[in-house]
Design a protein around this ligand. Structure first.
Ligand code: ADP
Length: 207
């Protein structure tokens, strides 16, 4: 099935849209959305940045987030003392339409066996979700962490992410502080396709 067959809304939200205009998801009581957009345009409560360990900005989605947030984001990040791979830190969002940015550091895929990339990637998503819950945030949007410059194969990353999300949402069922919505905000069409495949495989429609 194609993404549009899986998700009822064909139209992607336009720049600056609110969370209520995201395409509805057929999975897990509408708690997951899959969209293709520039993550810096989303006015959800919180977006996740695929940062590097310095937290001082970089290319790709990190560069886009810092450009759109303005120099005060770098100022706040400079005081955080960096971040370990698999861990996450939260800041304000300054000139971005969202309220907070969670900076997480994905694994470099080919880092000569020093770390288990799947463990680290799953840790990025889990730690970011936990941080959002701790801060009382209800909606979070993720880019496809590590699949750009860090070289994580797209389908392997999507599989690990969907498995981790499924586990997280199952564990938080019934929790009054649980997140209302997790948005996967992809940039590249091929990520839309692999996420759609993985959702179908690991999060089959509930009804
Ligand atoms: P990493 O170093 O973790 O691999 P990159 O920024 O190089 O991070 O890439 C991560 C993913 O973010 C890639 O799939 C890339 O296509 C995507 N991406 C780049 N810019 C944006 C953006 N503005 N919004 C959403 N995703 C983006």
């Amino acid at each position: 099935p194609t993404v549009t067959q899986l998700y009822r809304t064909k139209k992607l939200p336009s720049a600056g849209s609110t969370s209520s205009t995201f395409p509805p998801s057929q999975y897990l009581n509408d708690r997951i959305s899959l969209i293709r957009n520039d993550i810096t345009k989303l006015d959800v409560e919180c977006i996740v940045n695929a940062a590097n360990r310095s937290l001082l900005g970089g290319g790709g989605v990190d560069g886009a987030i810092h450009r759109a947030a303005g120099p005060r984001l770098l100022e706040e990040c400079s005081g955080l003392g960096g971040c370990e791979t698999g861990d996450a830190k939260i800041t304000k969002a300054y000139d971005l339409p969202c309220k907070h940015v969670i900076h997480t550091v994905g694994p470099i895929y080919d880092s000569a066996g020093k770390q288990d990339p799947e463990y680290m990637l799953r840790s990025c998503y889990r730690t970011s979700l936990e941080l959002a819950v701790q801060h009382g945030l209800k909606t979070i949007a993720f880019p496809a962490i590590s699949t750009g410059v860090y070289g994580y194969p797209h389908h392997l990353a999507a599989r690990a992410v969907v498995q981790e999300i499924r586990q997280f949402l199952e564990q938080s069922k019934g929790d009054p502080n649980a997140l209302h919505r997790v948005v996967f905000c992809n940039f590249e069409p091929r990520d839309m396709d692999v996420y759609a495949q993985m959702f179908l495989q690991y999060l089959p429609p509930t009804a």
